[in-house]
Design a binder for this molecule. Structure first.
Ligand code: GTP
Ligand code: MG
Length: 203
């Protein structure tokens, strides 16, 4: 059936989903590209280049010796959480020499995931500092690599000296459901933070 313009105006418009931008950040080789690829319902945009001998002294491949490429600009993916919520995912590059891209990538983001690898926890300090300084809500997701020692979330929280309000989760960046849970935790945390900031301070 073809509706005329006046008919179409009377019909309730289908509700557009809310779209939110989430950053997937963290140190070199923690699994950012893997996580975006695991959850994205569209073929993720990737900007991978081969690691070269020249980068060997600065790129710590401990635990991810099979890694042969690195992100040089960004990852991009999309996930529909439900009918009313779509997340656009922006994965950051992990190498320090691409820090200049972060401000552009972070613009307009609701919140972020800082992926961490307990074998190289110090690699996540810079991302945590970045989001703390900018007041952007973030959660820390420990990517539990095979063979890496497991630590409880509270031990990771202490080691990273996180504010008690920052959620710490354990995840497997390769598993869709696990990655999805992390993204939902970011949205929930950012919403909570937004509500708290709007509420008047208690006398
Ligand atoms: N065993 C295991 N391997 C993983 C996991 N996540 C990623 N990998 C592997 O670890 C390597 C690093 O993954 P990437 O997703 O490229 O990491 P990244 O954080 O995007 O790396 P950069 O963009 O270079 O900073 C790849 O070889 C992945 O196959 C994981 O959860 N478990
Ligand atoms: Mg990457």
């Amino acid at each position: 059936m073809v509706f005329g313009r006046s008919e179409r105006r009377r019909r309730p418009a289908a509700a557009e989903p809310v779209t939110l931008k989430i950053l997937v950040a963290g140190g070199f080789g923690v699994g950012k590209t893997t996580l975006v690829g695991a959850v994205s319902e569209i073929r993720p945009l990737r900007t991978e280049e081969r690691l070269t001998e020249a980068g060997r002294p600065v790129d710590d491949l401990h635990g991810v010796e099979a890694k042969s490429t690195t992100t040089v600009a960004m990852d991009f993916g999309r996930i529909t959480v439900h009918d009313e919520l779509v997340l656009y995912l922006f994965g950051t590059p992990g190498q320090d020499r691409f820090w200049f891209l972060w401000d552009e990538l972070a613009r307009g983001a609701l919140g972020a995931v800082v992926l961490a690898d307990t074998r190289r926890l110090a690699d996540s300090f810079a991302a945590i500092d970045y989001f703390e300084r900018r007041g952007l809500p973030f959660v820390v997701a420990v990517n539990c690599f095979d063979g890496a020692d497991r630590y409880p979330a509270d031990a990771v929280r202490d080691a990273l000296d996180l504010d008690p309000a920052v959620p710490v989760l354990l995840c497997d960046a390769r598993a869709r459901d696990s990655a999805r849970d992390v993204l939902i935790a970011v949205v929930e945390h950012a919403m909570r933070r937004g509500t708290q900031q709007r509420e008047p301070a208690l006398p």
